[in-house]
Design a protein around this ligand. Sequence first.
Ligand code: ADP
Length: 332
Amino acid sequence: MEKYRGRSSATAMHAPEHRNHSNNFGHRALVVVTNLRKTYGTTVAVDDVSLTVREGEIFGILGPNGAGKTTTVESIAGLRTPDGGTVRVAGLDPRKRRAELTSLVGVQLQASELPERIKAREALQLYASFYPNPADPDELLERLALTGVRDTAFGNLSGGQKQRLSIALALIGNPKIAILDELTTGLDPQARRDTWELVKQIRDSGVTIILVTHFMAEAEYLCDRIAIIDAGRVVALNTPAGLVDAARGGERISFRVQGELDETVLKALPAVDSVTYETGRFVVTGNYNLLVEVVTELAARGLPPRDLHTEQTTLDDAFLALAGRDFEGANR
Ligand code: ADP
């Protein structure tokens, strides 16, 4: 069982889970992290993290800077020794089975970790030599749209090309699991979109992906399930839709009407919780059926709503509900 903060909404965030029927991933637990704890001196990097990554999914680890995301995935990759709790990857303890783990888990290098003068193809060939059963460097270059720059020095690649090369290096050992950390930081919107499509293709080719990000839209777009981590703890774990649904306190719509409308008419509708009238607009809250009931009632009275707005709940709202502060604010 994961432990949560004492906010009542946190429990609701976990159940029921919404299945993503578009993905045929299995349910075998490939990575199981139980009560992971890691401190650096007096800094508690990871306080208590439990999560399970299933085979074939894109699993997001989302949270503000300093939340403990990188320490968590480095523990999964066997690069950190936990102070408490356990990590199992395909049943193996990453610290004790280094050799097997290296072929099982590919970790994306931070772009800055390569020498400026190494050429794209050379880097892939070099890394291929470290693995017992590597992918073909030329095929990977092709797949990641890097064939045209295979003889270009790393220092002369664009930001998007460097990022794609770092993904290629994560995949060169033919891993079952790829850990991608802050994948699209610093990329322009087009390069970011292209990278997202690439990540989906990699998953479709059978690689399970753990994606670390502090970027909401990325997690929402790419991930099958997301663990939201804040201050070293999992505060929610669900599908993107599940997180948003659980955060949704209710629907809210606002509109004007031309003509006279008594608030009590709206208040009498079963889906409606509250009605206020501010500066010429009705603001109505209620359950999922709110919009249909209100519009039907108004139409029946010959008072079609004008300038109708509905409010969409986002992952930002989910984070706000869980952590008690807004996500962008937490990142500052
Ligand atoms: P995130 O990836 O969510 O930004 P990290 O796991 O990198 O978070 O860091 C969590 C906390 O642990 C931060 O306060 C960070 O400063 C601290 N930390 C991370 N790595 C080290 C380290 N090697 N030595 C000391 N403190 C560290």
